[in-house]
Design a protein around this ligand. Structure first.
Ligand code: SF4
Length: 326
């Protein structure tokens, strides 16, 4: 698709999009793979030194912080493996107190449990650290550029900067790890041209997974409060569906997050409505949270985060006509 064709989809009325584009995107994936990937997800530390203006886990937010030991990570991973998962996703804030050596040990241990895929999202590291994580058994690294415009990135992510983030992304690629990256969709101030640039950047980076989500205001964060005192609105659901469908048509083989909200944000990210819509637009990954409920509630990048388990995956696979793979 040309940039102008993508623009046309972004401007399309919902009815036309649902009748023409959404089925086309679903068909692309039906022919390619048609697998729904269920992944075990473990947020092992919600401590973060950074101050991203949109994030509910930013340093200074009043949430109960926790950090799992390597032993606890391995215990959870073992349970996931015994439940049939062969893919695991470890995620954390940028927690300087965790100790890179501990992360490396956790990855080695998880690799030893026989996981096929180990994806990590633990922040910006040096080039040799990504190399070591790969050598320890990691297969993919999630590092989002969030927004592809330097000035906007630097304003919304004051603890780092765009050059540093893009350098980290380049280093992930150089290490041989698969790169998962993408944007936030429809945050306050994002224009159509910015969204087009963000979509083009995913293609340019040749990502393995588009971990894309709509903007969901997190209570107490500067972006949610709005510069003029008017609370920010959540990203439009139609926009994220359109981006999923566009990405599926542009990159038929990648993974795309299907864990998306429905119309009622208070119901979290694992509603039938939101997930099924995303699967029918070309999404193909759902997550099963390994944390106990109390800790999961405090893993709080967005409000009302709630993930479901394997029964939900089975139902979604059946309703979407996809085959399930853990
Ligand atoms: S987005 Fe990530 S790096 Fe930024 S504050 Fe949140 S947890 Fe920390």
């Amino acid at each position: 698709m040309t940039k102008e064709e993508i623009r046309e989809i972004l401007r399309m009325p919902e009815k036309q999009f649902r009748e023409e584009i959404l089925p086309a995107a679903r068909e692309v994936y039906r022919e390619k793979d048609n697998t729904l990937y269920g992944m075990a997800l473990l947020g092992y530390s919600n401590i973060c030194r950074n101050q991203c203006l949109y994030c509910g886990m930013r340093a200074g937010q009043k949430i109960t912080r926790f950090r799992l030991s390597v032993e606890d990570i391995l215990d959870s991973a073992r349970i996931a493996r015994e439940s049939g998962f062969s893919r695991i996703f470890l995620i954390s804030g940028e927690d300087p107190g965790y100790g890179y050596e501990h992360l490396l040990k956790a990855v080695e241990g998880i690799h030893g449990l026989g996981f096929q895929e180990i994806s990590l999202a633990c922040g910006e590291f040096d080039a040799d650290q990504y190399d070591e994580l790969k050598a320890a058994g990691a297969t993919e690294y999630v590092i989002k550029y969030e927004m592809g415009q330097k000035e906007v990135f630097d304003r919304l992510n004051p603890s780092t900067n765009f050059e540093k983030r893009m350098k980290a992304i380049e280093n992930v690629k150089k290490s041989g790890l698969n790169l998962a990256s993408g944007n936030i969709v429809d945050y306050p101030g994002q224009t159509e041209d910015m969204l087009l640039e963000d979509i083009a950047l995913m293609q340019e980076l040749d990502i393995s997974w588009a971990p894309i989500v709509p903007y969901m205001p997190a209570k107490g964060t500067p972006l949610a409060m709005g510069a003029d005192g008017v609370p920010a609105k959540p990203g439009e659901r139609l926009k994220i569906l359109k981006e999923i469908a566009i990405m599926r048509i542009l990159m038929p083989e990648i993974r795309i997050t299907a864990q998306q909200p429905g119309d009622d944000l208070s119901k979290g990210l694992a509603t039938e409505e939101g997930n099924l819509d995303a699967l029918m637009a070309g999404g193909n990954i759902l997550f099963c949270d390994l944390l106990p409920v109390a800790q999961a509630k405090n893993f709080h990048v967005v409000d009302n985060r709630e993930l479901k388990g394997i029964e939900h995956f089975k139902k979604m696979a059946e309703l979407s006509g996809m085959k399930l793979s853990l």
